[in-house]
Design a protein around this ligand. Sequence first.
Ligand code: BES
Ligand code: ZN
Ligand code: ZN
Length: 477
Amino acid sequence: MASIYKTNSLSHTVLLIDGNHFESSQLISPRIIEILKKKSKKDFKVFGIIDEHGNDIIVAPFVSKENRSATALLEDVRTLGSVAQKVSVAVQLETISVASELSSELNFAFLEGFALTNYSFSKYKSNSSPQLKDIYVQENMLNDQAIGTLNHIVKSVFYARDIVNEPLSGLNAKSLSESAKSFSENVGIQYQELGIDTIRSLKMGGVLGVNKGSLNDPTFTVLEWKPENAVNTNPIVLVGKGVVYDSGGYSIKVGDGMKTMKCDMGGAAAVFGSIYLAALEKLPLHIITIVPAVENMINEKAIVPGDILTISDGTTVEVLNTDAEGRLILSDALVYARQFNPEFVFDFATLTGAAMRALGSEGAAFMGTASQEIKDLVQAAAYYSHERVSEMPLWEEYAEQLKSDIADISNLGGPLAGAITAGKFLEHFTKYPWLHFDIAATAFLSHSSSYRLAGGTGTGIRLMLEFFKRYIANVQK
Ligand code: BES
Ligand code: ZN
Ligand code: ZN
């Protein structure tokens, strides 16, 4: 992984300049000013030239368009950073130093877009696509703390992308949990994996039921970040869906439906990545992360439609569709969260195709019972990080779709409002303020979009960092 360092030496450089006022820029040579003068501002794009010493100069002119919100401008400059990374790689550079004359907030966003583009999952490639080895920034571009944060974001997001991109053959429930153990040891997070005997003795019928068709045991991982200076008395609990593969079970997926289902632990990646980043940043917050992990597979022991499972709180569920498995394992985790008397619980899950159809990959659906104050903080963090979210209602009428003739509830709603009926199912198991994030469309992309590259995106982590910062500031107010 390329890290970001400070330097004062100039060789191959990326110059982030103010495209609105380039004529007076101190950063670029008269020759570059002449080149820019010949173009109209709306046609400005990143370009490379070679200076008189033979160094590559990549010019990134940032034109702040009118009527853009502050958060939209941040995203514009992240995308500019992403393009600058691609141009740097295209001209075959291995290291680059970035200089800028913009504000530190814009510099941060530019480098974020740049660094998040500098990723490839090349473990299984004989010839991996080249990336920059290191990224240097000029002394005055960002302070040390901001550079530290950038490196922490890159580390945690790349961890999440890696585990989402890893197929079932390389990542099962056990190795998913072990990946969390590895990062936890380095940053002072307490790691616990309950083990199959405890999962059985706690009667986690959702986790055990979904995993019945697998040859491997499920895992149930609990991480805790508890710094002495935590500003919250009760912990914030994050729950993540850890289905390392979702074949659908006997309600088997058809067509291309199964092709990307290694991504079904994207919720686990989001919450593992979020607590990792919180610890790297030494945030003064008490956070607990819970990940139930299973394989949703088929063999002669697998559950079938019509089976009844008993969740750890005693709720009986008629499984009318084995492909609605995420809610079954999450219910055991949401029950387990009760013992911590949480301030609030957020769950992240690649839960429904319905959320995907509703919003596409431009944002995640969220819903829940947390206070308006918490929801407002989430929204502000979502726009700032550009990991946007849109709220769906949890009106009581939706629960009627989950009625079962022979059990307490069924795991299958009707043909409409599938993201919401999934949320209603989860709500049944919550006894605390709670929000559910359905990241089915945003956790994994089939095509790259700016710095969100094709494959696992690591979504949710930058959202949570911004949320945590706002939450801390709010408490301290
Ligand atoms: N893991 C899927 C949801 C999903 C779909 C994630 C596409 C990412 C991309 C989930 O377990 C699922 O299969 N949901 C079903 C629920 C239905 C049977 C009620 C769905 O959305 O079709
Ligand atoms: Zn499924
Ligand atoms: Zn699933």
